[in-house]
Design a protein around this ligand. Structure first.
Ligand code: ZN
Ligand code: ZN
Length: 284
């Protein structure tokens, strides 16, 4: 199983000279195994991924949405496979029914925010509701959804294939108040314990760490975490590698280099940075 980052930024795409090394595109991550591709969110990074799927002669993809804030859906009308007749795009959406799953995306693709309507797409686009705690199969991938802590809700995913496991946890605020729970050295809250079990033993966890701890204290209701929090949960879950993700649009390449350097020597888990174009090979 391989993980490839196509968009690592939170909130808004930020192209420009100070973000060119980590990349300015918003959330989109590919997980590939045995020629099958699963994509996580459809931020602006999805545009380049779509082109790459054609270059690899692929004709099907599973797209998992965590939620529908715009940084996670911007890329959908620019994801070329949806305009290719016969291309199978299976869209998995946090929802209770197929109709609700379709409606959630149709609200964005309604000829107002972009000229195209969902029902006019030439590809074979199908909709599949996902609920927290339910396990489902996407080709070779065994997937389960985990409820996160974000305004309007967000679903995290655990993905297993070929004896390996990756988890995608964005967007989410800590599941305990400051001074309580896993990050403070106290016993984890019930919600933290549930998330830790969802991450248990993963080779790789991609975690929303948009804020520093001080920013989190200022913006506790915004629904984002900070690195020390992600490290504490991943340590409890015995995760091998934590990838810091959903970088702040205000963070320059130099600031992200400095953040990476802070964690460079950390073990259990190893801590690395998400960067556009980076590939994490879980077999290697
Ligand atoms: Zn986001
Ligand atoms: Zn969000």
């Amino acid at each position: 199983m391989k993980v490839r980052f196509w968009g690592v930024r939170g909130s808004i795409p930020v192209p420009g000279p100070t973000t060119s090394r980590y990349g300015g595109n918003s959330s989109c991550v590919e997980v590939e195994h045995d020629g099958h591709v699963l994509m996580l969110d459809c931020g602006t990074g999805a545009r380049a991924l779509g082109r790459d799927l054609f270059a690899r002669s692929l004709r099907q993809v599973d797209l998992l949405f965590t939620h529908f804030h715009m940084d996670h859906v911007f890329g959908f009308p620019f994801f070329a496979p949806v305009y290719a007749p016969g291309f199978q795009v299976r869209v998995h959406v946090p929802a209770f029914s197929q109709d609700e799953a379709r409606d959630r995306l149709a609200r964005y693709c309604n000829a107002v925010y972009h000229p195209i309507r969902l029902r006019e797409l030439p590809a074979e686009v199908s909709f599949h509701p996902v609920q927290a705690g339910r396990i489902f199969q996407c080709g070779p991938f065994k997937v389960s959804g985990m409820r996160l802590n974000h305004p309007g809700g967000s679903l995290g995913y655990r993905i297993e294939a070929g004896g390996h496991c990756v988890s995608y946890i964005t967007d989410t605020a800590p599941l305990a108040q400051p001074g309580q729970g896993a990050a403070s050295g106290e016993s984890p809250s019930a919600n933290e314990r549930r998330l830790v079990e969802g991450l248990r033993g993963a080779d790789c966890v991609i975690f929303d760490t948009m804020f520093s701890f001080d920013e989190y204290l200022e913006k506790m209701t915004w629904g984002h975490s900070y690195p020390e929090y992600a490290v504490a949960l991943c340590k409890l879950a015995e995760v091998q590698e934590l990838v810091l993700f959903h970088h702040s649009p205000d963070a320059s390449d130099d600031e992200l280099d400095a953040l990476g350097a802070t964690w460079e020597a950390h073990q259990e888990p190893r801590v690395t940075m998400a960067r556009e174009g980076r590939v994490v090979d879980l077999e290697g």
